[in-house]
Design a protein around this ligand. Structure first.
Ligand SMILES: NC(=O)c1ccc[n+]([C@@H]2O[C@H](COP(=O)([O-])OP(=O)(O)OC[C@H]3O[C@@H](n4cnc5c(N)ncnc54)[C@H](OP(=O)(O)O)[C@@H]3O)[C@@H](O)[C@H]2O)c1
Length: 232
């Protein structure tokens, strides 16, 4: 992804849902034996994006890391941050995912419909890193005030709308806002290896390849928890 000539299967050329395919050798990643292929599949998008964003965010063990949006990316981000020794706050709309977030390793659960997320994070001491996975400019704007001193808002949610952030808050808090794209084949290998080593796994639902359209519907209707994997 860092390379301007990067090619992505299923986007740059056909093959995403094929049983067999050819791929450029520089685009493939070695699989650890300990990892099941079904679990590895989501790690090569949702996993690499959150793992790579977090490891480049400046977050260190003991830091408060907030993950906004507990979906395909967010449920992995909570695990990666916890395995990296961070104090983890999961931000979600409603309480449906509270138990799940705790199971995944979150130390705090913030229902953003019941509590102001920025105020709650500030009460916790201010986040060193907020990883924004929720695809909503309003939602992202609502958390920027929860950054602590030297805090870093890392946006991985792919939205085109502008977000609101106070320049004065950034100045006074020496804070930063940035975005992060997933990563390269090397980063994929690192993601798979770390996931195998630290027992990070995606929550998946599996479908046969011939049921791809049904699987797609579950995803589009936001019913999948959290990733749908097609098994040829
Ligand atoms: N940067 C990259 O390279 C990269 C790579 C992959 C994906 N992405 C992008 O990352 C984003 C998340 O992907 P995903 O697969 O994790 O999606 P997802 O499974 O739908 O999860 C997104 C979560 O965000 C929250 N959310 C959704 N709509 C919201 C809204 N209007 N307001 C507030 N919160 C909302 C929900 O969490 P709660 O129910 O917990 O509130 C939802 O579960 C997408 O925009 C995707 O395109 C970026």
């Amino acid at each position: 992804m860092n390379c301007e000539n990067a090619q992505v299967t299923g986007i740059s050329f056909d093959g995403g849902y094929a049983k067999y395919m050819t791929a450029p050798q520089e685009a493939v990643a070695r699989m650890p034996d300990a990892l099941d292929a079904k679990d590895a599949a989501p790690l090569l998008c949702a996993g690499i994006t959150t793992y790579n964003a977090l490891r480049n965010s400046g977050a260190r063990p003991g830091d408060l890391v907030a993950v906004q949006g507990i979906g395909g990316l967010g449920h992995l981000a909570v695990q990666y941050a916890e395995k990296a020794g961070c104090e983890v706050a999961a931000l979600s709309r409603g309480t449906d995912k509270a138990d799940l977030a705790e199971d995944l390793g979150a130390d705090h659960f913030i229902d953003t419909e019941a509590h102001d997320p920025a105020e709650t994070l500030t009460d916790l001491g201010g986040a060193s890193v907020i990883l924004a996975t929720a695809p909503s400019a309003d939602a992202i704007s609502s958390v920027t005030g929860g950054l602590g001193r030297n805090g870093h808002l890392v946006i991985v949610a792919a939205i085109g709308d502008p977000i609101e952030v106070s320049p004065m808050a950034l100045i006074q808090g020496r804070q930063a806002v940035s975005g992060w794209p997933s990563g390269s084949a090397d980063d994929s290998e690192d993601t798979l290896r770390f996931s195998a080593l630290s027992d990070v796994r995606p929550k998946i639902e599996t479908f046969a390849l011939e049921d791809a359209s049904e699987a797609y519907d579950r995803m589009i209707n936001n019913e999948a928890r959290f990733r749908v994997v097609l098994v040829p």
